[in-house]
Design a protein around this ligand. Structure first.
Ligand code: 2NL
Length: 349
């Protein structure tokens, strides 16, 4: 009596090869090596054999058993390794996610955007100019005379004269950090032929002692509109539309006479207090009004300095502090909070 050990082994190899799970491999192991399995069945036949046959038959069965065990051990090791790898790479998509830290615009950028957005919907374009300016653009062109106190070194950051000859230009150019955004408006007047309307946002610098309401660097938004026959009533209409959009449709406005060297006539503008609707509260210091901007009709000297015919063109201009608007609208009581980079303050807005 004999059996085809090689055939059994190949069949087992094929079946083991397609096993993907430990469970199906265990079932195969029982089929081949179990108590009622193929190998045990062959072993059970040994006593029925003659003495001569037993020797080679027994050796054959033992050989088959050894080879089958080797196949199972190898496959088991492979399946275990694959399972470990799968566990390592497994992503449980049902777990709650980790909320990423989300960035946002600084409150001053948000408010600057709100202001410029309101004016751009009224037809103004956004224009930007340099922070390091010439005396001409910051003062002269704006009708601020040489003896004006704000030209004194105490009120303006003057930059060390920079030898521009080394950069291909000739001579020395005296520069300063602009003390308002108006010099950029002069540049807008020189660049954009009227009729024109622009708003100019940006940083400005003044050597003030820092306290709850002063900073040596702050932000302004200024605006200017130029056309033939522009009148003070155009200025009022634009500013009232702006205030209603910025502070609410029920906002009222009042204009008080004032003075700026670059506008004539000039006015300071208050809005009715949005906190108490003008009744008087702690926000408006019981007055019912909040001062938010300055404005006026463009001075003829300014048109002349910008190379425009002051007989032909009329314009209005206005300017406001972004920090002041932000502090009023969002209830911030100290300007220094904007510049300390304290996330506990910044993330509230
Ligand atoms: C304020 C007042 C103001 C202007 C700015 C301006 C610019 C040119 C010509 C005429 Cl180029 N005027 N700007 C006019 C009136 C007021 O700002 O309180 N700013 C914070």
């Amino acid at each position: 009596m004999s059996f085809d050990g090689a055939h059994i082994l190949e069949e087992a190899r094929a079946q083991i090869g397609v096993c993907a799970q430990k469970e199906s491999l265990d079932a195969l192991r029982i089929k081949y090596l179990g108590r009622k399995g193929v190998v045990q069945d062959l072993m059970g036949r040994i006593p029925t054999l003659s003495a001569e046959e037993r020797r080679s038959f027994g050796a054959g069965v033992n050989e088959l058993k050894k080879n089958l065990e080797a196949l199972f051990t190898e496959k088991e090791t492979g399946l275990a390794a694959a399972a470990a790898g799968a566990a390592k790479d497994f992503v449980d998509i049902t777990l709650p996610g980790k909320t990423p830290l989300s960035g946002r615009l600084h409150l001053l950028s948000q408010v600057e955007g709100e202001i410029c957005g309101a004016f751009s919907r009224l037809g103004f374009r956004v224009f930007k100019g340099p922070e390091a300016e010439t005396e001409f653009h910051n003062f002269e062109a704006l009708n601020i005379p040489l003896d004006h106190p704000s030209r004194d070194a105490f009120d303006t950051f003057y930059l060390r004269p920079f030898d521009v000859s080394r950069s291909g230009f000739s001579g020395r150019e005296k520069k300063l950090l602009r003390s308002h955004t108006s010099p950029a408006q002069i540049r807008a007047l020189k660049t954009c032929p009227p009729p024109m309307a622009v708003v100019v946002p940006g940083r400005v610098y003044r050597p003030d002692a820092v306290d709850a309401s002063h900073s040596f660097m702050f932000h302004q938004v200024e605006g200017i509109a130029v056309d033939k026959g522009i009148r003070f009533s155009d200025l009022k209409g634009v500013l009232i539309a702006f205030a209603k959009e910025m502070f609410g449709a029920e906002t009222r406005m009042r204009f008080r006479p004032s003075f700026f060297p670059f506008t004539e006539p000039s006015a300071e503008v208050d809005i009715s207090c949005f906190a108490c609707k003008g009744q008087g509260c702690s926000v408006c210091k019981k007055s019912g009004w909040l001062e938010i901007l300055g404005c006026g009709m463009v001075h003829p000297h300014v048109f002349k300095s910008a190379g425009l015919d002051e007989k032909k063109w009329r314009g209005f201009a206005f300017g406001m502090g972004v920090e002041r608007v932000a502090m009023l609208k969002y209830g911030v009581n100290d300007i220094r909070l904007f510049f300390e980079n304290d996330i506990r303050f910044l993330e509230q807005f």
